[in-house]
Ligand binder design. Structure first.
Ligand SMILES: NC(=O)c1ccc[n+]([C@@H]2O[C@H](COP(=O)([O-])OP(=O)(O)OC[C@H]3O[C@@H](n4cnc5c(N)ncnc54)[C@H](OP(=O)(O)O)[C@@H]3O)[C@@H](O)[C@H]2O)c1
Length: 282
């Protein structure tokens, strides 16, 4: 029997509906939440992502000031814009669209951002808060995966979650999140990577397998325990074509699986706005 699909859109819709309601309440108190965006250069895909986020911002009742720097901008130019948003009292969240042109250092720019305005949740201060279980913006894709599992009534607490990948965007923060003491987390988490030669021995024991490698087709049907839940987080793009980590034939083995398109992605965007709302409330 083919696996039950776990789409991300209903999860995102539920989160964004709640965000919109909370924005209305906040605006009634005189605070208009604001999510600023910074784009450097002329990458079409990045410009497209910014347009989508600005459209969502407008629909949800956020203001969204935007700065577009030329591809020739220096690190100092970028830090100057970040400084302006850091000190603007009417800007609550700042999104620095990546990738940046190769001569710019994304990590340095991220470290320059006020951690309380870091809606991506990737600033070292926010990673530290996550590790310690302190409140703060949570990295969007891991938070989206926790929400997706909860929405689809996939129990996580006490179960064996295996994450393929220890990257800073996805695998590592996800492991920190799913081991927190909370009914929607509380998992026994194993993180595997290139330093674990026989990693398939771990994936075959997983109750929930989460692919976070960015290697197309790395998860094959024989890597999965029959009846496991499979979440595809890692993707790579060949032009506009999305190449997921999880081979689609895994749907014949898994009990539940995210669809090739519209799985984790929509929940990431929803979490961005939830982080921006929380920043405005603070
Ligand atoms: N769907 C979404 O909305 C969304 C959002 C954000 C990110 N992503 C995707 O999530 C993925 C992970 O992002 P990231 O920035 O965390 O990645 P990253 O820093 O590139 O890390 C990739 C991880 O995968 C491991 N890996 C790669 N090839 C492997 C192999 N052959 N065997 C075992 N392990 C292997 C690497 O191991 P080593 O550490 O040993 O090198 C590394 O830990 C990317 O594909 C990204 O596009 C998706």
């Amino acid at each position: 029997m083919p696996a039950r699909l776990l789409p991300g859109h209903p999860v995102a819709d539920k989160i964004l509906t709640q965000v919109a309601a909370d924005v209305t309440t906040l605006r009634a108190t005189g605070v208009t939440p604001s999510l600023a965006t910074i784009l450097v250069g002329d990458d079409d895909a990045s410009a497209g992502y910014i347009r989508i986020k600005q459209r969502h911002a407008t629909e949800l009742g956020f203001t969204s000031p935007h700065v577009h720097l030329p591809a020739t901008a220096t690190q100092a130019d970028l830090h100057h814009v970040i400084d302006q948003f850091n000190t603007a009292h009417d800007v609550h969240g700042v999104l620095l669209q990546h990738p940046l042109p190769t001569h710019l250092d994304h990590e340095r720019a991220l470290h320059h951002l006020d951690p309380d305005k870091d809606v991506d949740g990737m600033h070292p201060t926010n990673m530290g808060r996550l590790a310690l279980g302190l409140p703060g913006p949570t990295p969007c894709t891991p938070a989206g995966i926790e929400a997706l599992l909860d929405h689809h009534h996939i129990p996580v607490a006490g179960r064996h979650v295996v994450i393929l990948g220890r990257g800073a965007t996805l695998g590592r923060p996800l492991a920190l999140l799913l081991t927190q003491k909370r009914p929607t987390a509380d998992a026994a988490v194993t993180v595997i990577h290139t330093g674990v030669p026989d990693w398939t021995a771990h994936t075959r024991r997983a109750d929930i397998l989460i692919a976070a490698a960015g290697v197309p087709g790395i998860i094959q049907p024989h890597h999965i325990r029959p009846g496991a839940v499979v979440i595809g987080g890692g993707v790579r793009y060949a032009g506009r074509r999305l190449l997921p980590d999880v081979d689609e034939r895994c749907a014949d083995i898994a009990a539940a699986i995210t669809p090739r398109l519209g799985g984790v992605g929509p929940t990431t965007v929803a979490m961005l706005f939830r982080n921006a709302l929380h920043a405005a409330r603070r």
